[in-house]
Design a protein around this ligand. Structure first.
Ligand code: WTA
Length: 664
């Protein structure tokens, strides 16, 4: 029975939120502060004074088979190494030690399927399943250092697979379920994966996608891939290729029960995760064992103020992104916390499903993306107001800047004005949260990620000379190594140095975001400075989308830009020239969207397609995206003197006008 049922006047709420826009900052309540694990601001200074010591004291909270003899090796920047000589195992820290401490019966995940299926998975269950599957992997000949792909969606077996890899020292390469099979193939090829763990089928808002079948259609000739391990998730029919394909449940059944955790070197690779950069080729971000787990565990413990005995924590990301890796899997499990894991979308089977599940599992901590909050704002308060959300005590956001209005709505409607909101800034590369409030200490300002996490040093610097800016806008950089930093780009040290460490030297990590520092030293992250677009918190490279469009039949050329979008933060706009003809048709549009869905995934489809006779280029033939951005957003054009053919812009303008006339 819902006790929290509220009837609200949405118009009155709107007015109230508009009034709150003038409130500059929000202090944590006395109640929250009193019970918070960290509530003394002195922690910042303390961590700053001896930052290596601070990280070492955090790493000590993990179980090590062999202690390290050096905290940080910075002799060969930017190839930093942490906890040298130390040996540990990630799955042991995430599972075994909780079971050994007598907490095996604690639920690790309240898993909920899209159709309402429920499974409670305890730490003891994980312990059993991870050992079995780790042995099954060994039986297939998988060895330490081998790369294993995982493309299996939001099911408990995905977590079991990740942990089983870490148990034997295999390196996982998880691919987000929204990526197409072609993207999976590409990632398996780049990482030379030995095996791929996937599902027969996956739930997609009431339909079932035949995942294994799609994978088969593209994977055929990949020589390095020896096995495909299929989880029987939905009972979807699929072919099993002799000698290559095996059923997850069958190999687990045949495997031995016990599999001791392999002592891994702190610097042994834990996983590679592909993310978008400024070229069409995705970057394989490599994370290692000791430093990554230290970062994941420490930030999860303090940013979410977790109390393993009483909290029910819910991160609504997908495990296929870094947020899922760090804050669905490694952070919460290393801290022995109970989580909710939900397979479905926020609007299926209904637009209140998240809030129904908060009530059902009495979730206390809730972490999601601003895009999702904006969607909820649009759907209206009637959905959350049907459910009892009073169990919540802390809220978080990640992935993109949050607009103050959405922040205030989250604060008021979901948090009941009692929950601190942690706006957490970080990246696939950083492995863990870097800029964030500490909920029992920091006064928050809607739209600002506030301050660097203890031990982390960030700065806003001048683009030209790299000099720190005290107050104002510039480029965001991190000026001190941190344990969960990426170690390199998989098999591409050169690109690693080039992308992140060339601009300001090997001591200064170039984030790729612009940011502003205000008079109180708070950071406001503005957005990417490279050709990366952030659609609903999903990172996409314009070059990647362009190459998917150009691969479509009858397309001659394409240029992609990110345009600001009320719902998704940014949306993709594509300028396309067709072969032979200048007139774009609905069919041509449909073809392009389908092509992008097939080559990358549905989430990368352009929202707007503008057909053009020609694109603005410099004399050397480079497309001037800056001008495309101006024209798409209806701004006055910036400097056009470098343009090879100035008439192109006038033609484009006409094109856009006629497009708009058509819409009206
Ligand atoms: C953006 C996601 C503003 C930023 C964890 C960053 C944010 C990119 C925030 C990384 C935030 C992430 N405020 N912008 N709180 N969090 N971003 O690798 O542009 O998928 O560089 O990691 O998302 O995206 P990634």
């Amino acid at each position: 029975m819902a006790t929290g049922h509220i009837t609200r006047d949405d118009q009155a709420l709107d007015k109230e939120l508009a009034g709150l826009l003038s409130v500059e900052s929000f202090e944590p309540s006395e109640e929250f502060r009193a019970h918070a694990t960290l509530n003394d601001p002195a922690i910042y200074e303390e961590a700053d004074r001896d930052w290596q010591g601070w990280w070492a004291s955090q790493a000590e909270k993990l179980d090590w088979f062999t202690p390290w003899n050096q905290v940080l090796d910075d002799s060969n920047p930017p190839f930093y190494k942490w906890f040298l000589g130390g040996k540990l195992n990630v799955s042991y820290n995430c599972v075994d030690r909780h079971v050994l401490a007598g907490n095996g019966a604690r639920v690790a995940y309240h898993w909920r399927g899209e159709e309402g299926e429920e499974r409670d998975i305890t730490y003891a269950d994980l312990h059993r399943d991870v050992q079995k599957f780790a042995n099954a992997l060994k039986d297939l000949g998988i060895q330490k250092g081998d790369v294993i792909g995982i493309y299996a969606g939001m099911i408990p077996e995905t977590v079991v697979s990740m942990l089983a890899c870490s148990r034997i020292g295999a390196v996982h390469n998880v691919v987000f379920g929204g990526f197409s099979a072609e993207s999976v193939r590409e990632r398996m090829e780049f990482s030379e994966a030995k095996a791929l763990i996937t599902v027969d089928g996956a739930a997609r808002k009431g339909k079932t996608a035949a995942v294994k079948q799609s994978v088969d259609e593209v994977m055929g000739d990949l020589e390095t891939l020896k096995n495909i391990i299929v989880i029987q998730a939905k009972g979807t029919e699929c072919e099993m290729k002799d000698g290559r394909d095996v059923w997850f449940h069958e190999i687990c059944e045949a495997a031995a029960d016990e599999c001791p955790a392999e002592p891994m070197d702190a610097e042994d690779p834990l996983f590679v995760l592909y993310t978008s950069g400024s070229t069409a080729k995705p970057k394989g971000i490599l994370h290692t064992t000791g430093g990554y787990l230290t970062g994941a565990s420490t930030t999860h413990r303090y940013v979410f103020d977790v109390k393993p005995e009483s909290d029910v924590y819910w991160c609504c990301a997908d495990v296929g992104w870094i947020t899922g890796h760090t804050y669905i899997v490694y952070g919460p499990l290393s801290n022995g916390v109970t989580s909710v894991m939900y397979e479905g979308a926020p609007d299926y089977p209904h637009r209140g499903i998240w809030w129904e599940l908060v009530e059902r599992y009495k979730a206390t901590i809730f972490y999601t993306a601003p895009t999702a909050i904006r969607a909820c704002v649009k759907w209206g308060t009637e959905h959350p107001d049907k459910f009892d959300l009073t169990s919540l005590r802390l809220l978080g956001t990640v992935g993109e800047p949050i607009n103050p209005k959405a922040w205030l709505w989250y604060h008021k409607v979901i948090g009941g004005e009692r929950c601190p909101i942690v706006d957490t800034w970080w990246q696939t590369e950083t492995g863990a949260i870097m800029i964030t409030p500490l909920p029992g200490i920091t006064a928050t300002k809607p739209g600002s990620a506030t301050q660097a996490f203890p031990g982390i040093k960030v700065e806003v610097v001048d683009e030209r000379d790299g000099k720190p800016i005290d107050e104002g806008q510039g480029l965001l950089v991190i000026t001190r190594p941190w344990p969960s930093m990426l170690r390199t780009l998989y098999k591409d040290d050169e690109r690693f140095v080039e992308v992140y460490w060339k601009k300001f030297g090997k001591q200064t990590y170039l984030v790729g975001d612009a940011a502003r520092k205000d008079k109180d030293g708070y950071y406001w992250v503005i957005g990417r400075i490279d050709d990366v677009v952030n659609v609903s918190g999903h990172r996409l490279s314009t070059a990647e989308v362009e190459s998917a469009i150009v691969a479509c039949e009858s397309v001659a050329e394409a240029a992609v830009i990110g345009q600001s979008d009320e719902d998704t933060g940014q949306a993709i706009t594509a300028f396309v020239t067709l072969q032979g003809t200048t007139a774009g048709t609905d069919e041509a549009e449909a073809l392009i969207r389908a092509g992008v869905a097939e080559r990358i995934g549905k989430f990368a489809r352009p929202k707007r397609i503008i057909f053009a006779d020609d694109l603005p280029k410099t004399r050397s033939g480079k497309i001037m995206r800056r001008l495309l951005r101006d024209i798409a957003e209806g701004r006055a054009l910036g400097d056009v003197t470098t343009l090879r053919d100035p008439t192109v812009m006038a033609a484009l303008e006409k094109q856009i006008q006629s497009e708009q006339a058509k819409e009206e």
